[in-house]
Write a protein that binds this ligand. Structure first.
Ligand SMILES: Cc1ncc(COP(=O)(O)O)c(C=O)c1O
Length: 395
């Protein structure tokens, strides 16, 4: 039986903010229609162009987006994918990850990160996160390296690049690839080095809530490794190496030409949107620092974040704050209420030999506030004043 859209949104959780637009919220968690409305004419023209072209699978629109994103990121190769999830899956396939392999990653992430590992019969090994920036803790990662370790997946949670340089060094020392799950971090950078371009491959999602959010599901892998790129191109088309020649087990992981063309319209604007997100984040931090019971986001390096999410920690009354904001018409989200190590899905599909104390604690305390280009100062002031009011009451 097909579920009604509201129920589907409820179930998929992370998708719900993007599908609950134009709703009851006085301040929504996000609203891509505000920025997309400004580009409506160009988007409509692009839509028509693709419809009239008759090229709906791969072809020039996909190639144009891949070239534009390569230039934007400063990477040699980009391969458009059907989603961030498939970008991760195809990357691990291209790296020949399989049964018996262990992939060290974060337990504080969307399910896809570890799902891609488990889909290939490999084992996600969950390391703990840093209590400040919530990204992988290099000490915990290092302690989990073993003979079966085949790769590390660093998750740039909320747009933060965490301890990426230490992780890159660790992976390099052990001669294993480091894959960046940069699904929340398109446009984040560390000293000018863009998220996704630092490791062996970077995986992005263009899910509508992301810093570069499209009009449905889409993703992309970037890499400087031409052979890996070639493999990824083959894998996304069923392992095809010639018209009727299939050399390896792949899948249908292709980005739609229509989606690629529409993303191509958004791409020139994404830098401005990221600047707007940074400004909103700065205002939140300035306004909320010092509110009793709240910790604003901390950065462990000089990441210039794209602020895929703005998440505060509220150790004593997170759920009460969420309820209060909800009753005030403010939409929030919890990324993520449980670590992946606590999910039934991974009960017998993963290993978590480390104590995941920080990850579990973060999951119990974190809450994400509305942040998107187009959020007005009046709306943000309202969010801030409600939070302050609540904290004063609880203090
Ligand atoms: C950290 C992380 N990894 C992977 C994904 C999966 O991306 P997609 O929804 O495009 O499949 C997401 C998206 O929600 C994400 O936030």
């Amino acid at each position: 039986m097909a579920l009604p859209q509201a129920a589907i949104s409820e179930c998929v959780g992370e998708s719900s903010p993007a599908t609950s637009l134009k709703s009851k919220w006085r301040v929504p968690l996000l609203d891509p229609t505000r920025t997309n409305a400004l580009l409506e004419e160009e988007l409509a023209e692009t839509f028509k162009r693709v419809i009239r072209s008759g090229r709906y699978i791969l072809g020039p629109e996909v190639e144009a987006l891949e070239a534009a994103v390569s230039t934007w990121l400063g990477t040699r190769e980009c391969i458009g994918m059907s989603s961030g999830t498939d970008a991760l899956l195809a990357t691990l396939m291209a790296l020949d990850v399989g049964p018996g392999d262990e992939i060290v990653t974060s337990p504080l992430t969307f399910v896809s990160t570890a799902e891609a590992v488990a889909r290939l019969g490999a084992t996600p090994v969950f390391a703990d996160v840093c209590p400040r920036c919530h990204c992988l803790d290099p000490n915990s990662v290092s302690a989990l390296f073993g003979a079966r370790t085949r790769a590390v997946i660093a998750v740039h949670l909320f747009g933060q690049l965490g301890h990426i340089d230490e992780l890159l060094r660790l992976a390099d020392d052990r001669n294993v690839p480091l894959v960046e799950d940069a699904c929340q971090a398109f446009g984040s950078n560390l000293g000018g080095r863009n998220a996704g371009t630092l490791g062996t491959a970077g995986c992005f999602s263009f899910f509508p809530s992301k810093p570069l959010g499209g009009f449905g599901d889409a993703g992309l892998v970037c890499t400087n490794d031409r052979l890996l790129a070639e493999r990824l191109r083959s894998l996304r088309s069923h392992g095809r190496v010639g018209m009727h020649h299939f050399a390896q087990l792949g899948g249908n992981f292709r980005i739609d030409a229509l989606q690629a063309a529409l993303l191509g319209v958004l791409l020139p604007h994404v830098q401005n949107w990221i600047v707007a997100r940074r400004e909103l984040a700065r205002t939140y931090t300035e306004s909320l620092s010092g509110s009793p019971g709240i910790t604003t986001p901390a950065c462990c390096n000089l990441t210039e974040s794209a602020w895929g999410a703005y998440s505060i920690r509220v150790p004593q009354f997170r759920d009460e704050l969420a309820a209060y904001l909800r009753s005030s018409g403010i939409e929030t989200a919890i990324y993520y209420p449980r670590t992946l190590a606590e999910q039934p899905l991974f009960a017998d599909r993963s290993a978590a030999p480390a104590v995941l104390g920080h990850a579990v604690k973060t999951a119990r305390e974190i809450i994400s506030l509305p942040i998107f280009p187009g959020l007005t100062p009046i709306e943000q002031n309202y969010v801030v004043s409600r939070i302050r009011q609540f904290c004063q009451k609880m203090a």
